[in-house]
Design a protein around this ligand. Structure first.
Ligand code: DGY
Length: 418
């Protein structure tokens, strides 16, 4: 297929997964609106339908809780094909619509800025409406998920990288006693060897039950949850998003000083994520140690405008070790698994964020190389949820919204390069 046919196929995926005001990540496996999926979808739509892009973000923020938290799933319409549904989360009365009780990586401000920059005249009213909501969400992270400028998560689903080795020690420290009986639905849609294990799921559900028993109280969850891991992806994504929000503040004539303070705090705090090898890595706040891993999140430093010669050297290794980098776990490391979700597969969404960061920091050759290899992987293997980094074989869900969006906005030759 030539790239124009692939552009059309990618647009068709966005249209097919479009529910009117929001977009499903993919049919079957994920039948609701997911937070960061939706932000990527908006950026994909912005390549051919800017009104639809703004609608995606507006619908997403219609689920924001009064405390500023933007949930990771909005259950617009009940669907038995997914577990855990709204009955398990039991967040009734916390937000305007049924939702989960945790958030997800705050990429929305970055894409809002990029969509605005495409057409400032059309976008002005939209960013004026979204700006206070984005600030309230970022303030929620800075208030309740901030440890000395490192952003931590209280559930693996909050960071989006569900079974990343970064969380292994925190997960092993949990004894999931008392977890209610449940039936997984994900393995009815995707081969179990590509998904988290039963041991992971027992702990995912146990953590939901525990936060539920704390009434989803911000202070209690932040203090008492046994799972508390500072995350390079969350930290670099929020750092970048704060800068983008400050640029939107300038466009609107709003005060940006609070945003600049957060940016300074996160820039300093991110250094605490460096492990002994100098790699940005998960940090278990309860046990006081790094995970000792190189993940694709480690390479998001440039997206947060943080320079790292060590990570540039690691990137060259990733280029040498895998035909389709960047693997979510270093090839050859003990926990590497080419097919299992966030323990090895390559994710196009993370590649795009890494590539944007590399380009912003002047590493043009590396940015071009990453984009070219990602484009080849997608042209040869379609728009999968994730890919085997060694062979490019598709894995997880098919016809995936955010992968199609990444094609349209970044990987396709029509996107105009980094
Ligand atoms: C899932 O259900 O697999 C999701 O990652 C949770 O958000």
């Amino acid at each position: 297929m030539n790239h124009l046919a692939l552009d059309e196929a990618a647009r068709a995926i966005l249209r097919k997964n479009d529910q009117g005001g929001y977009t499903l990540p993919t049919y079957g496996l994920y039948p609701y609106q997911w937070n960061w999926d939706s932000a990527f979808a908006a950026w994909g739509f912005a390549q051919f339908d800017i009104d639809r892009a703004w609608l995606e973000l507006t619908t997403l923020f219609s689920g924001q809780w009064p405390n500023g938290m933007l949930p990771h799933i909005l259950f617009h319409k009940p669907d038995p094909r997914y577990f855990p549904g709204q009955d398990v989360w039991d967040t009734d009365g916390k937000g305007p619509i049924a939702s989960s009780g945790i958030s997800q990586p705050p990429v929305a401000a970055t894409f809002a800025r990029m969509i605005y920059d495409k057409d400032p005249q059309e976008g002005r009213a939209h960013i004026a409406a979204l700006f206070p909501k984005l600030v309230a969400w970022h303030r929620w992270f800075m208030s309740w998920r901030n440890s000395d400028g490192m952003i931590f998560i209280t559930h693996p689903w909050e960071g989006g990288r569900d079974n990343a080795p970064d969380w292994d020690s925190a997960m092993q420290a949990i004894d999931p006693v008392g977890v209610d009986a449940y039936t997984r639905r994900d393995t009815a849609h995707v081969d179990a060897s590509m998904r988290p294990t039963k041991e992971d799921y027992d702990r995912y559900i146990w953590l939901v039950q525990r936060a539920r028993s704390l009434g989803w109280d911000d202070a209690k969850v932040a203090q008492d949850q046994p799972f508390k891991v500072a995350d390079p992806l969350m930290t670099f994504v929020l750092l970048r998003a704060n800068r983008d929000l400050a640029a939107l503040a300038d466009a609107l004539g709003e005060d940006r000083r609070e945003l600049d303070r957060w940016t300074a705090e996160l820039t300093t705090g991110a250094q605490g994520l460096r492990n002994d090898a100098g790699v940005f890595d998960g940090y278990n706040l309860n046990l006081g140690h790094h995970a000792g891993t190189v993940s694709n999140a480690s390479f998001l430093c440039w997206f947060g405008l943080v320079e790292s010669p060590k990570m540039l050297a690691e990137l060259q290794e990733a280029f040498a070790d895998s035909r389709y980098p960047v693997p979510s776990q270093k090839v050859g490391s003990g926990s590497f698994n080419a097919k299992r979700y966030w323990r090895g597969p390559t994710w196009a969404i993370v590649n795009m964020l890494i590539g944007l960061g590399l380009a912003d920091m002047g590493h043009t050759a590396e940015a071009d190389e990453l984009r070219a290899r990602t484009a080849k992987m997608m042209s040869e293997h379609g728009f999968a949820e994730y890919y085997d980094p060694l062979t490019g074989a598709p894995a997880g869900g098919a016809s995936f919204t955010w992968t199609a969006a990444v094609w349209l906005a970044w990987a396709s030759p029509s996107a105009g390069g980094v």
